[in-house]
Ligand binder design. Structure first.
Ligand code: GLU
Length: 431
């Protein structure tokens, strides 16, 4: 790292230091906003900790007849504004601190877009790509049984995240329903539409990323039509965001998946890449561009960068080399607090995860409401209402950023943390 910049030296915010631990980073982000808004120290202390953490070790029979023990987590960070909400990830890298951070980010995300949920997250330490469908089903049903004591339509509502999908949610819904005597569609969101899922849920996170990219570009005087975009990740978030941005005239010059990436300064044919990924399981077999690495992709000279893969991608090590004018976070936690300061200092606008990828949980909220009422909406109605909620949150965040002359993440946290703090104060400390 070079000499500290003026902002780093003279900031009125809490100091930040580089860490690859997402929970430490989540606390640093909270500390920064707590200093900015003068948060009551007692409430600050409460908000630093997850309210509940469950670690489970459970056996799963593999197809070869052997048994393996897997470790899973479910963490509920805060329940002041409603039942806990948040995805479940299957990943060979997850651990309790990652799940704690992701749960805390869900608390802020739900508060920022003003839906009546607290934050939670779950994870199972496994490599989902090496599991057969039958193994995946057995693992999911056993994990669901283990966390049964926490989840429920009124207590904690899981959803898909990295490595999980609508089928995973169907198995969790079925397992929970078998245990509790009748069908409970509202226990999870992101289910298949045929069993109480919502129209529009699959595309919702990517659509929200597009909406935020469009609004932020407009504000920066940048035409989205023809704007160059690099997308790190080509799953349910990055792939859908790339497709919708492409449909609206943006030029997607680079994308990557877990196997590698493709770069073409003239623009990639996103529908073809999606077809290729469906057929080959990866986009890297497509001939439409030159190979590029996931980290190299971040440093391309583009207008808009969408990190939509993992945490800790933009760090103190590469933040000075990011050339994009606008970063729209599709992933949770892709930018470290030190990188945030560097980018802000360099005039790069970062639209934070807690706003930019909130489209998914907004439509999860709609799915939960539809399940509880057994009354289902048309896709257009879902999309229109989601866009209204995203735009309202976007405008509130921008207004705070302008008022206080702060970066968009801190502005989003001002709203989210304040709402959670207010709810905690109003309810009081039990007993
Ligand atoms: N896993 C998604 C997220 O990080 C969705 C959570 C949900 O819909 O509950 O926002």
């Amino acid at each position: 790292m070079g000499a500290p910049t003026l902002l780093e030296r003279e900031t009125h915010m809490a100091d930040v230091r580089e860490s690859s631990n997402p929970y430490e980073n989540a606390i640093q982000q909270l500390d920064t906003v707590a200093a900015h808004i003068g948060l009551d120290p007692d409430i600050h202390e409460v908000l630093k900790y997850p309210q509940r953490e469950l670690t489970v070790h459970f056996p799963v029979k593999l197809d070869n007849g052997s048994t393996r023990v897997y470790t899973g987590y479910r963490v509920q960070h805060n329940l002041s504004r409603g039942p806990a909400k948040g995805g479940i990830r299957y990943s060979p890298r997850t651990d309790i601190d990652e799940v704690r951070a992701l749960a805390m980010w869900m608390t802020w995300k739900c508060a920022i877009v003003n839906i009546p949920f607290g934050g939670a997250k779950g994870g199972v330490l496994c490599d989902p790509r090496t599991l057969s469908p039958a193994e995946s089903e057995r693992l999911t049903r056993r994990y669901a049984s283990e966390i049964d004591l926490l989840i429920g339509p009124n207590t904690d509502i899981p959803a898909p995240d990295m490595g999980t999908n609508a089928q995973t949610m169907a198995w969790i819904m079925d397992t929970y329903s078998m245990h509790h005597g009748h069908t409970y569609p509202a226990v999870v969101t992101g289910k298949p539409v045929a069993i109480g899922g919502s129209e529009g849920r699959v595309d919702a996170t990517g659509r929200g990323v597009y909406i935020v990219a469009r609004e932020a570009s407009k504000r920066m005087g940048m035409d989205l039509k023809g704007a160059t975009v690099a997308v790190q990740g080509f799953g349910n978030v990055g792939g859908v965001a790339a497709r919708i941005l492409h449909e609206h005239g943006a030029k997607i010059v680079a994308v990557c998946d877990a196997f590698g990436g493709l770069h073409n300064p003239d623009g990639l044919n996103i529908p073809e890449l999606m077809e290729c990924q469906r057929n080959d399981g990866t986009l890297t077999t497509h001939a439409g561009g030159d190979p590029i690495g996931a980290m190299e992709l971040l440093e391309l000279p583009v207008d808009i960068l969408v990190p939509a893969a993992l945490e800790n991608q933009i760090t103190a090590a590469n933040a000075r080399r990011i050339q994009a004018k606008l970063v729209v976070e599709g992933a949770n936690g892709p930018t470290t607090p030190v990188a945030d300061r560097i980018l802000h200092d360099r005039g790069v606008v970062v639209m934070p995860d807690v706003l930019a990828n909130a489209g998914g949980v907004i439509v999860s909220y709609f799915e939960w409401v539809q399940d509880l009422q057994s009354y289902f909406w048309a896709e257009n109605e879902v999309n229109v209402r989601m866009e209204q909620m995203m735009l309202r949150a976007y405008q509130e965040v921008v207004a705070i950023a302008d008022r206080d002359n702060i970066d968009m993440r801190t502005a989003a946290y001002v709203i989210g943390v304040q709402r959670v703090a207010d709810a905690t104060k109003l309810r009081g400390i039990y007993p």
